[in-house]
Ligand binder design. Structure first.
Ligand code: 5AD
Ligand code: SF4
Length: 440
């Protein structure tokens, strides 16, 4: 067998996609964790911000240097950057042998053949149907406890800043049967948690012979497989997180009480420029419903600082919304212009870099405080934790997650990866709950 090394950047969807590609190539290649001995190196890329792309260009130069010493090695680039930059990448990056976009992974074996025969090898065709439905991913990177299942691809929302609808194409959902088959396989392999993945899982919609399956239906079907299997999902658009879904989350103890509901900005005027199609008030109403129906739910978000035309007042509105919701965690970014998006063609990128930095720093500082407050509220309580492994800080400690997606660390005792334990929280930092196992 030849050796395959895969490096994945960007979102969890990319992690799931890399597992699909590993599966497509598994007749000829086995995974190695050593790039220096690999026959084939694949880089699965992200285009969501310019700095993500710059990192990958830098990495390709490093790999080019390794390849000079090992001329037999091939390098392929997958994912969103492939889709955005297409065959230009082959011209600009001499280290690359081939390029495949997110809907072209079935053609990777052909692209390898083509590259070997010295032809230009790229396929960036987007599809309206491809969901890799019949491919069982090779879970080479998973920890054996928690696995990803991709349930849909693409995005039709066209937020004005976002490149994803251009790089991943139109939205399409996979059949519930193959999703359930994958979840059952994970269960049979000893996994204890699945995360259902898509750019916007709430608009999951599958229709066959007049029978419609919604995301709430799908969550329920997966939750019913086993009470021992935790179910998570990522990520949701606030415009269509339905009451039905919120009630399903509340109903099943094994559906995790954690919702990632990216707000992006806190003022209705900014949300309008972002084409988010909800107002501040509508977003806060969804949050109020979540808190009422699932009081123990923790909520996370994504926020962009310094989007086009952002006034000080709009920035303050983002901070006040963060306080009002009391997010447990957040991913926070500076706005980065992406070619071809609505914002790139219609609005000037007019917030100076220093101001973007200052606003982002304020957002991060506030979130740090909110995360700490959220964790402090857990001190003294006991949570069911799914053990994921040994803590990075100490061999004597294990770490795992609560249903609320918070990381907890505690003394190892006789416990092991994959076990559920009850942990009483004794103290915390902004990032971690610290506790001890109880009830033995
Ligand atoms: N600039 C900065 N952040 C962005 N995101 C998406 N597009 C951009 C951009 N052009 C952020 C959003 C999204 C997350 C995946 O990345 O917050 O939710
Ligand atoms: Fe981008 Fe909006 Fe799609 Fe998320 S939902 S990927 S922010 S276009």
């Amino acid at each position: 067998m030849k050796k395959l090394f895969i490096e994945t950047y960007g979102c969890q969807m990319n992690v799931a996609d890399s597992e699909v590609v590993a599966s497509i190539l598994s007749n000829e290649y086995e995974i190695t964790e050593e790039e220096r001995t690999a026959d084939l190196v694949l880089i699965n890329t992200c285009s969501v911000r310019d700095n993500a792309e710059q990192r990958i260009h830098k990495r390709l130069r490093e790999l080019g240097a390794i390849k000079k010493r090992r001329p037999g090695m091939m390098i392929g680039l997958l994912g969103c950057m492939a889709e955005r930059l297409k065959d230009q990448l082959l011209k600009d990056e001499p280290a690359l042998d081939f390029v495949a976009g997110p809907d072209a992974y079935r053609s990777v074996p052909n692209l390898i053949e083509k590259a070997l025969s010295g032809e230009d090898a790229y396929n960036v065709t987007l599809s309206k149907e491809e969901t890799y439905d019949n491919i069982m991913p090779l879970r080479y990177a998973a920890n054996g406890v928690s696995g990803f299942i991709s349930i849909m691809r693409g995005c039709d929302n066209f937020c004005s800043y976002c490149v994803v609808p251009f790089t991943r194409g139109r939205e399409r959902s996979r059949s519930p049967q193959t999703i359930l088959a994958e979840a059952k396989q994970l269960l049979a392999d000893g996994y204890k948690e699945v995360t259902l993945l898509g750019q916007n899982v709430n608009s999951y919609h599958y229709e066959k012979e007049g029978k419609v399956t919604t995301f709430a239906d799908l969550m329920e079907m997966v939750a019913l497989l086993s009470p021992q299997l935790r179910v998570r999902f990522a990520t949701s658009h606030p415009k269509d997180i339905s009451d039905e879904l919120i009630h399903v989350i509340a109903k099943y103890p094994n559906i995790c009480k954690f919702i990632h509901l990216p707000v992006q900005a806190g003022s209705t005027s900014m949300l309008q420029r972002m084409h988010r199609v909800y107002t501040r008030e509508q977003y806060l109403e969804r949050i109020a419903t979540i808190k009422r129906v699932i009081p123990e739910c923790s909520i996370a978000t994504d926020i962009i600082a310094g989007f086009c035309g952002e006034t000080e007042e709009e920035h303050q509105a983002t901070l006040s919304l963060m306080r009002e919701v009391g997010y447990a965690s957040a991913y926070m970014f500076k706005y980065s212009v992406r070619d071809n998006t609505y914002a790139a063609t219609h609005f000037p990128d007019d917030i100076p870099e220093e101001l973007k930095t200052r606003r982002l720093e304020e957002i991060i500082a506030l979130q740090q405080q909110l995360s700490l407050e959220s964790n402090q509220q857990d001190v003294g309580k006991t949570f069911e934790v799914l053990v994921e492994g040994t803590s990075k800080r100490s061999d004597e400690q294990l770490f795992g997650r609560t249903s609320q997606n918070k990381v907890a660390i505690f003394p190892r005792g006789n416990h092991q990866k994959g076990e559920y334990v009850h942990v009483k929280i004794l103290s915390c930092t902004a990032a971690t709950l610290i506790g001890e196992v109880v009830g033995e």
